[in-house]
Design a protein around this ligand. Structure first.
Ligand SMILES: Cc1cc2nc3c(=O)[nH]c(=O)nc-3n(C[C@H](O)[C@H](O)[C@H](O)COP(=O)(O)OP(=O)(O)OC[C@H]3O[C@@H](n4cnc5c(N)ncnc54)[C@H](O)[C@@H]3O)c2cc1C
Length: 402
């Protein structure tokens, strides 16, 4: 029976990066990926920051387009246009991105198995067993450490009873043929009717192609229902659009209180390492992979894979991203209380050149809390903060009195 230092379930970016870092330290690592090809099928809009490309140390051959600004459409038709001289985001070939990360992990010595569905077997005193199912049959392998990088619907997370996400955003997305008049500007669509609890997007790939999508939080209707509603409401932007390939997926958001357990660590979407305002998970997944691999390597070298030792990973993650995620969640909670009318007022307010220049100066897609902090002083947003804060205090006082 094969024996590994670490088995990573899931060959997405977070899993492959964790595997690479451990393999580079000389550990025997295997990645099990259920799809036959790494990076396929794509469930991603592929919009990332320069920081993400730097974290992955990949840029050659994957950047398809550069984004310099955004049109933010309010529900009532107000449009806020934010434009920079420099590119602040990049549209990438996500399949190629995943492939390059897996090739690098392989070059470092990690074994990558594709077309293999893995499930956690038993946890024994000195090892865990993992069942691998492929066309050829089923085998069992053993590992000192198990890493769950199996995405948003992580079975590994469920197996260790990890706390769930604070919210799960359901998405429909598509690659489309669409005339993109300004190929360096994305469109964002807001509104409770169009995208309850989230937003819709158009990300140009070139002058004639784009990635279009929508996310919703809660509700019982399929995201495709809202997608069609968004197209009808903004028919000018979507005129002549032809869907080439539709896809979907979910993005979990939150800051779970436990992303480890005895002999087990979670990374990437499985650990909710995503941005609560945009849903982007590539940058945070790579950061998470770095921290996961660091603690995993120490645990393997000390031979201590106890829950207590692995809890360092949780502490490191919270130190790195905890404040950012909490602040983003707080702003998101305020956004969730806003009516369509209030969104109109807010977008109208931010159209003032002063606010436009502040947004373009402090906007950062990886760390939006700094900008959000500044925007909290803007009239309509500050009012919301005050009202939501007062409501919370009143609720607290009434529960204390009861
Ligand atoms: C519609 C949509 C658009 C998005 N757009 C963006 C964007 O523009 N920018 C951005 O940064 N992020 C975006 N994201 C989020 C991003 O795609 C994820 O955060 C990222 O893919 C997470 O990487 P991961 O490695 O944690 O998980 P994944 O990429 O989901 O990889 C997990 C892998 O585990 C495999 N797996 C699962 N179970 C098993 C099993 N039992 N055995 C073997 N293999 C298994 C899966 O097949 C999968 O390949 C988007 C998400 C969606 C749904």
């Amino acid at each position: 029976m094969n024996y590994y230092d670490a088995i990573v379930i899931g060959g997405g970016p977070a899993g492959c990066e964790t595997a690479r870092l451990l393999a580079e330290k000389g550990y025997k690592v295997m990645v099990a990926e259920e799809h036959r090809k790494i990076g396929e099928p794509i469930q991603c809009a592929g919009l990332v920051s320069l920081r993400t490309l730097q974290a992955a140390t990949i840029s050659v051959g994957i950047i398809i387009n550069q984004i310099k600004g955004a049109f933010i459409h309010s529900p009532g038709g107000e449009v806020l246009s934010i434009r920079d001289r420099e590119a602040y985001a990049f549209v990438i070939d996500r399949t190629e991105f995943d492939r390059k990360l897996s090739e690098r992990a392989q070059c470092a010595g990690a074994e990558i198995l594709t077309g293999v569905r893995a499930s956690v077997g038993e946890f024994l005193p000195y090892e865990a067993s993992v069942r691998l199912k492929a066309d050829g049959g089923e085998t069992t392998v053993k590992t000192r450490l198990l890493i769950g990088a199996d995405g948003a619907n992580s079975r590994v997370a469920r197996r260790i009873n990890a706390p769930g996400a604070e919210d799960v955003i359901r998405m429909y997305a598509a690659e489309v043929e669409l005339e993109c008049l300004e190929k360096d500007m994305v469109h964002i669509f807001l509104g409770r009717e169009i995208a309850p609890g989230w937003f819709g997007w158009v990300i140009p790939v070139d002058e004639k192609h784009a990635r279009v999508g929508i996310g919703v939080s809660g509700g019982d209707k399929h995201p495709l229902f809202y997608f069609k509603r968004m197209m009808n409401a903004h028919s000018g932007v979507f005129k002549g659009m032809n869907i080439v390939r539709g896809t979907g997926g979910v993005v979990p958001i939150g800051l779970p209180s436990k992303i480890y357990s005895e002999r087990t660590m979670l990374v990437g979407d499985a650990a909710c390492q995503t941005k609560p305002i945009s849903g982007g998970g590539l940058y945070l997944g790579l950061l998470g992979a770095g921290l996961c691999a660091k603690v995993a390597a120490q645990a393997l070298s000390k031979g201590d894979l106890s829950s207590e030792f692995l809890s360092q990973y949780q502490r490191l993650w919270e130190r790195e991203m905890g404040d950012e995620i909490q602040t983003a969640l707080a702003h998101r909670n305020i956004f969730l209380t806003m009516s369509d009318k209030e969104m109109d007022v807010l977008i109208h307010f931010f159209r003032h050149p002063l606010w436009q220049s502040i947004i373009s100066r402090y906007g950062d897609i990886d760390y939006p809390s700094r900008l959000a902090g500044i925007l909290s002083f803007a009239g309509p947003w500050a009012e919301k903060f005050f009202l939501v804060g007062c409501r919370k205090i009143l609720r607290y006082c009434s529960t204390v009195r009861a």
